[in-house]
Design a protein around this ligand. Structure first.
Ligand code: ADP
Ligand code: ZN
Ligand code: ZN
Length: 749
């Protein structure tokens, strides 16, 4: 996209530039305002040669920012005399290609997020800050030849050096400095011995010398691959539905292989990569072309490295979390979204986009297939199948000899309170352990207990900043708020009455772990949750121990539930299914059903018969019964009918305006004005609900409230949002609250 001819036509005639119609640069600059800004070209830069997608340094307010050129215009609303010149051009060629630029612009409008900020979100941090040029690699520490063969006993007296040596042995490819669990002195000591060295790992990953052969597909898989292959070269959206272990990943890989054969790149989006190292390893081992991985655990250089190799067309497969949907891919041929139902594909703060929906948009724009996969598809995607927008590809059964697990509900009413596991569950555990199986216990609550209670006076350990209890973390000796991060030491006695009689109420994973140590003292147990996996590499190490089967009992939160393949797990127990049964969020039943099915899917994946036990106080609850007796498909059908009756998505479109302020009234008053503004605009089919206080009204010391807009279809809602959002910026009180608009919210908290 060059400049329009004619812009410089008069230059030759007069020989002066000033009164010639010089194109104006329309630049997206990070700022809270819902618009882009006009500039003149930087000195000594021919604006006609500029292409959208290049970055420029521009003066902004009293400082300077990095913006992205959106387009050249022939006029500006800013008077010529006031138009500032950009300071410098940062790129010779567009950093963002037209399809990504269009994607971000569309998303910025659809989600009502300022274009400058949206583009900043789409770029790796270093580029956002103005970094120029390619980088060749990232610096990493690794063992030297001598370090690899040294006898660990030599470091008996230097436990820290030994720990570092062992950490690097677990990561033969090397680790960046900040991932090393060592002080500078420890590192130096090992370097002086010649056992560790710093080297540069090239950005482009090595490809396996001998890629894994692909298995022969079963008929269901073959049909799925054939359907998408036939549509390659054009847009098409597919929902690949198959229970855990039915071979979806294998379908992805063979589709990618087909895409690579055509000389094109594949983009794979996953909810949380840290949680799926096995998936990445499988992909890495399969292809003869390099892979790039993009996720939040990378440091800035690592991220830029991977991004650049994708943008240069060198990495043929890009696997990443949400923001990877914005990666430039000059030869994009296929878009895959794994676990498409997962809420973490929607960004929950700032630029609140749905990476899944944007992935489909991008595939449509570029004209390539989009394949969304899940064992438990979202109701949105099922609805799209019903409407004929997506084509359903079904993998009906597990591969090989794996059979579906038996699922049972365990009534835990009137059960002794001191045991978190029903007698029937304990018996089942013994049975499975004796037969050589592994047991996985799922509880979506980390810490020791959800709160602490004074037996004497009833005092509860509440967070001073939130409407929430603080969680007891026994090992750390702390009370922590899981909502705002506030923490304090565990009080030795009740802060209100001085009684030492403090009771831990309820249970978290830490407490289950203690219970297991007493109940099954001979079995190695491993706990996987955010507390045990904070260090870089810790999750991988824990998962390795779980996969290899050393640990016989696995207990954990949703980190354990997603995507992993534990071949020896034969019994899965959900310790508390009741958590999600009575939420007032209309999506809670869907989330609970997905979670239960996903967790259950960890059982009996290989040749062991699996068993799933669900502990509940509500064994007659229709949702649980339906799931257990009829499965996810029947549940989803019923849930869709309910949504339709209630006028909820996917049969309606929602936008949630959230506001928070230092006082309750301030937040509510702002939202009331916002509602009145919407009503005054003549909302045309859009209904306003509220404002009401948020389900957890006070969080981190601020009061939160929300206003819900509901429309029977997207168009009506978007039409109202256009003028409304501009008015919101101007509303009286807008500066006293922090507000944000969430289009297509995935939760209403
Ligand atoms: P999903 O992604 O649906 O959970 P996977 O693709 O991981 O399923 O497949 C489950 C297991 O079955 C994996 O160990 C995989 O290697 C194996 N598998 C998948 N497809 C086949 C096939 N056609 N032949 C043999 N093994 C297969
Ligand atoms: Zn007390
Ligand atoms: Zn708090």
């Amino acid at each position: 996209m060059g400049a329009k001819p004619g812009w410089f036509a008069r230059r030759g005639m007069r020989g002066r530039i000033t009164d010639v119609k010089t194109p104006i640069l329309h630049i997206a600059v990070p700022s809270p305002l819902q618009r882009a800004f006009d500039y003149r070209a930087p000195p000594a830069c021919n604006p006609a040669g500029l292409q959208p997608g290049v970055r420029l340094r521009v003066p902004f307010g009293r400082g300077e920012r990095v913006g992205v050129l959106l387009e050249l215009r022939d006029r500006s609303e800013v008077p010529a005399g006031k138009l500032k010149a950009a300071h410098a051009l940062l790129d010779d060629a567009p950093l963002l290609p037209p399809d990504v630029l269009a994607l971000v612009q569309w998303a910025s409008r659809y989600y009502r997020y300022p274009i400058g900020e949206a583009l900043a979100t789409a770029l790796p941090v270093l580029l956002r800050r103005g970094h120029k040029g390619r980088i060749a690699g990232v610096k990493e520490w690794r063992l030297t030849e001598a370090g690899r063969t040294v006898d660990a006993a030599q470091l008996r007296r230097a436990p820290r050096q030994l720990a570092l040596l062992q950490q690097l042995r677990r990561h033969p490819a090397g680790l960046p400095r900040e991932a090393l669990e060592a002080t500078a002195a420890t590192l130096r000591a090992l370097a002086d011995k010649g056992w560790v060295e710093e080297g540069e790992r090239p950005c482009l990953e090595a490809i396996p010398a001998e890629p894994e052969p692909a298995p022969l597909l079963n008929p269901g898989q073959a049909a799925a691959v054939a359907a998408v292959r036939a549509g390659m070269g054009g847009y098409g959206a597919y929902l690949l539905e198959g229970v855990t272990g039915s071979g979806k990943t294998e379908v992805y890989m063979q589709l990618i292989a087909a895409c690579l054969e055509q000389g094109r790149q594949a983009l794979v989006l996953v909810p949380e990569i840290g949680l799926t190292p096995q998936l990445v390893a499988r992909f890495r081992g399969r292809f003869r072309e390099p892979l790039a991985v993009l996720h939040s655990g990378l440091n800035d250089r690592e991220r830029l490295c991977a991004w650049q190799s994708a943008a240069a067309g060198e990495a043929a497969v890009v696997i990443g979390t949400r923001s990877a949907v914005f990666t430039p891919l000059p030869r994009l041929g296929l878009v895959l979204v794994d676990e498409e139902h997962d809420a973490s594909l929607k960004q929950q703060e700032g630029f609140r986009y749905s990476a899944r929906d944007l992935a489909v948009w991008r595939a449509h724009r570029v004209g390539v297939p989009a394949v969304l996969g899940s064992a438990t598809p979202s109701l949105e995607s099922l609805h799209n199948v019903n409407l004929g927008r997506y084509r359903r590809l079904h993998l009906p059964e597990r591969t090989g000899s794996a059979r579906p697990p038996r699922v049972g509900l365990l009534d835990i009413r009137r059960q002794p309170l001191d045991s978190p596991l029903a007698p029937a569950l304990q018996a089942a555990m013994e049975r499975h352990l004796e037969a050589g199986g592994q047991v996985l216990l799922f509880l979506n609550r980390r810490g020791f207990a959800p709160t602490l209670l004074c037996h004497e006076c009833g005092w509860l350990a509440d967070c001073p900043r939130c409407d929430a209890h603080m969680t007891l973390h026994q090992r750390a000796g702390r009370l922590r708020c899981h909502h705002c991060g506030h923490e304090r030491a565990l009080p030795p006695q009740c802060p209100a009455c001085g009684s030492p009689d403090l009771l831990a109420l309820g249970r978290g994973t830490e407490r289950i772990e203690d219970y297991l140590a007493a109940r099954f003292p001979d079995q190695e147990t491993i706990r996987i949750d955010r507390d045990t996996t904070r260090r870089k590499g810790a999750l991988e190490a824990q998962l390795a121990r779980a996969t290899e089967g050393q640990a016989r009992i696995l207990v954990g939160t949703q980190m354990l539930a997603k995507g992993h393949h534990f071949p020896q797990v034969s019994l899965v127990a959900i310790l508390d299914a009741d958590q999600g049964l009575f939420s007032n969020d209309f999506r809670a039943p869907e989330r609970l059903a997905q979670l239960i099915v996903q967790v259950a899917g960890r059982a009996g994946r290989a040749d062991r018969a699996g068993e799933v036990l669900i502990q509940t106080h509500h064994p007659e609850h229709p949702l649980l019964l339906q799931l257990v007796l009829q499965g996810y498909g029947a549940f989803a059908e019923a849930a869709l009918a309910e949504r339709q009756a209630a006028g909820y998505p996917p049969f309606a479109s929602l936008a949630l305006l959230r506001a928070e302020a230092s006082g309750r009234e301030v937040a509510l008053a702002f939202l009331e004005k916002a509602r009145d503004a919407a009503l005054a605009l003549g909302p045309g089919g859009v209904q306003c609900w509220g404002p009401v206080p948020a389900p957890m009204e006070r969080r981190a010391g601020r009061y939160r409230a929300q206003l819900l807009l509901q429309a029977p279809e997207r168009g009506a809602l978007q039409q109202l949002l256009d003028p409304w959002v501009l008015q919101l910026e101007q509303l009286k009180g807008a500066r006293k609250v922090r507000w944000s608009l969430d289009v297509d919210p995935v939760d209403t908290f």
